[in-house]
Design a protein around this ligand. Structure first.
Ligand code: FEO
Length: 170
């Protein structure tokens, strides 16, 4: 059984992960407006990942006899001035999510909820990847984004990303 405090915090994280999907869908739409279909596609895959993160939390609460409570999702921004600004915002957002996950882990440990601690380890590792991916793209934009040809090549590379659902056991 999961206690109320941990359940409430995990429900809050379902909201945060769903907001992340909203944010990335909004970014994807703006990238489409910028005629960068590869970047836009990458961002939609990112949004799919975020929904899978929300569902992992959802399943964990239910599996442990807690109550899932879904709350209103804030509207994301709808305007970014450049592809670089999009990914800078993405990185800042992932850094915020990392802080949220760390706070959740602190709570699970304080509540001696070992099952939640183990479950959250996956998210701790995932956040390292999330931040690394955003930094990697910003680095590539620095090198190749300055010219139309470079950006075109990078857009092609970004478009190759496909969604891989997290393993069922995770
Ligand atoms: Fe679910 Fe991008 O963190």
């Amino acid at each position: 059984m999961i206690n109320k405090k941990v359940t409430d915090a995990l429900n809050g994280q379902i909201n945060a992960e769903t907001y992340s999907a909203y944010l990335y869908w909004s970014m994807s739409a703006v990238l489409e407006e910028m005629n960068l279909p590869g970047f836009a596609s990458w961002m939609r895959v990112q949004a799919q990942e975020e929904m899978s993160h929300a569902m992992k939390l959802y399943s964990h609460i239910i599996e442990r006899g807690g109550k899932v409570v879904l709350t209103a999702i804030d509207a994301p921004p709808t305007q970014w001035d450049s592809v670089k600004a999009v990914f800078e915002n993405g990185l800042a957002h992932e850094q915020k999510v990392t802080r949220l996950i760390n706070e959740l882990m602190d709570l699970a440990m304080a509540e001696k909820d070992h099952a939640a601690s183990m479950f959250l380890q996956w998210f701790v590792a995932e956040q390292v990847e999330e931040e690394a991916a955003a930094m990697d793209i910003l680095g590539k934009l620095e090198i190749a984004g300055g010219t139309a040809g470079g950006l075109y090549m990078l857009d092609k590379e970004m478009g190759a990303r496909v969604f891989t659902p997290p393993a069922a056991a995770e």
